[in-house]
Design a protein around this ligand. Structure first.
Ligand SMILES: Cc1cc2nc3c(=O)[nH]c(=O)nc-3n(C[C@H](O)[C@H](O)[C@H](O)COP(=O)(O)OP(=O)(O)OC[C@H]3O[C@@H](n4cnc5c(N)ncnc54)[C@H](O)[C@@H]3O)c2cc1C
Length: 417
């Protein structure tokens, strides 16, 4: 039996751990180090809005992990509104997803997955592992993976300057989960995004939490701008009150829907910020002893494009396949580097490029494309579905020349200035 340790029981760590125990239970002894027990996770704070698209959901389902398919609200499309000036529906783009997305509260998901991992013969140690403990852990394993998300252990991996253009957060974030949001008469099951240029974005996402279906609000505020009003708001009630105040001015039609809502539970809010960073994926924790970072621990993006959980699911799947293919050969430094490189090429670099483009304020060619999408369902459809597979944006959106050629082909008009 080969011994594998995974530090961090989140999307990537647990999906990989469960994958190993499900596909090859006789070949791998898997240890997960989890900072919290299932009951603590359920009683804790929300961590994300975790919207996942079909390609990532399919990876979970293949391992028997799509446990909430029958109860999670189906997100069938997206309505993207540009509010310029604030509070107006200046431009609306609506697209249908090829297959429904869903958002299952990570508290619900990871608590249950932890239990399931133990039921499937995995071993869990409940503690917050320190960097000082890693050498001993790694020495006892054939492979040690660090999947600690935004936690400080990720700093063990050096920053990769080539792909890390930011030295601070580009958005201040606020989340609150709500019961009692009025149904959407038009386009039910659609995610709502209201973007106010220069100020930030508001997302309304139908999801599933511990107490059933809910609506999740995510604010992405440009630091110092008019939406950046989250400092020291500690309770869900305070985040909801501030949300309503801001919505009244910035998205009055959504305010109407949310005015009678209540937070889902005492842990239903989160306020913070993320400094996007790409790190070198392999760390030497003792001479000749290397550990591999997974998902957010090494590629951390702002949640603006809703990529993190999806990218983490792809990371877990890619790493799982690489481990199974490796057989009895060592999981040495070169293998670890190549494992990361495969995931970066296949998925992570596309998520990072697209997210950073949005974070920096969409360039003119992209704004022109979105204006065209308002009148051309084909463009809207392709744009909305790109969130599920951002590699597609390379083909037609990221570069001005490609965007112009694509627009000309769809609209029948030659590229404009
Ligand atoms: C506000 C917000 C909204 C988001 N919305 C979306 C969205 O809509 N769609 C999307 O795809 N992504 C979204 N994301 C990003 C997404 O949540 C993450 O990218 C994803 O959870 C990363 O998975 P992971 O496995 O790397 O880390 P996580 O899921 O964060 O898991 C890491 C785990 O490691 C544990 N841990 C940390 N340190 C230690 C330690 N020292 N010892 C033991 N355990 C430790 C943590 O407790 C945690 O359980 C959002 C993020 C934020 C902040």
């Amino acid at each position: 039996m080969r011994r594998i340790a995974i530090v961090g029981a989140g999307q990537a760590g647990l999906q990989l751990a469960l994958g190993l125990r499900t596909l090859a239970p006789d070949d791998y002894e898997v240890l997960v180090v989890s900072a919290r027990r299932p009951a603590e996770i359920r009683a804790g704070r929300v961590q994300s809005t975790q919207q996942m698209f079909e390609p990532a959901l399919a990876l979970e389902r293949a391992l028997g992990l799509g446990l909430w398919d029958a109860v999670a609200p189906r997100i069938t499309g997206a309505e993207l509104v540009t509010a310029d000036p604030p509070g107006t529906r200046a431009l609306t783009v609506t697209g249908t997803l090829r297959a429904p997305a869903q958002s299952v509260d990570l508290r619900l998901k990871t608590a249950r997955w932890l239990e399931l991992f133990e039921e499937r013969g995995g071993r869990v140690e409940y503690r917050s592992l320190t960097a000082g403990e890693l050498p001993a852990l790694a020495a006892a394993q054939d492979l040690t993976l660090v999947a600690t998300g935004r936690g400080p252990l990720g700093e063990l991996f050096g920053r990769d300057k080539r792909h890390s253009p930011y030295d601070g957060p580009r958005r201040t974030l606020a989340v609150v989960y709500l019961h009692g949001v009025a149904p959407q008469p038009r386009l039910p099951g659609h995610l709502r995004l209201i973007a106010t240029p220069g100020a930030g974005e508001l997302f309304l996402i139908p999801g599933l939490t511990l107490s059933g279906p809910c609506d999740m609000l995510l604010w992405e505020a440009v630091p110092g701008g008019p939406l950046d009003r989250w400092h020291q708001l500690a309770t869900p009630e305070a985040v909801l009150a501030r949300s309503l105040e801001l919505m009244r001015h910035h998205a009055p039609w959504e305010y109407e829907r949310c005015a009678g809502a209540e937070p889902t539970d005492a842990g239903a809010s989160l306020v913070g910020a993320v400094t996007p960073v790409v790190r070198h994926p392999v760390a030497e924790v003792a001479p000749g002893s290397h550990v591999l970072g997974l998902a957010d621990a090494v590629v951390l993006n702002d949640p603006l494009a809703g990529q993190g959980c999806n990218t983490a699911a792809h990371c877990a799947d890619h790493t799982l396949r690489r481990i199974l293919d490796r057989g009895e050969r060592p999981f040495d430094r070169a293998w670890q580097q190549q494992t990361f490189a495969g995931w970066w090429e296949e998925r992570a670099r596309h998520s990072t490029a697209f997210t950073n483009l949005l974070l920096d304020g969409a360039p003119e060619h992209m704004r022109q494309t979105l204006r065209a999408a308002a009148g051309h369902p084909e463009i809207a459809h392709r744009y909305v579905n790109g969130f599920a597979d951002p590699a597609d944006y390379r083909e037609w959106l990221l570069e001005p020349e490609r965007a112009a050629a694509y627009l000309a082909a769809v609209t029948g008009r030659p590229p404009g200035p």
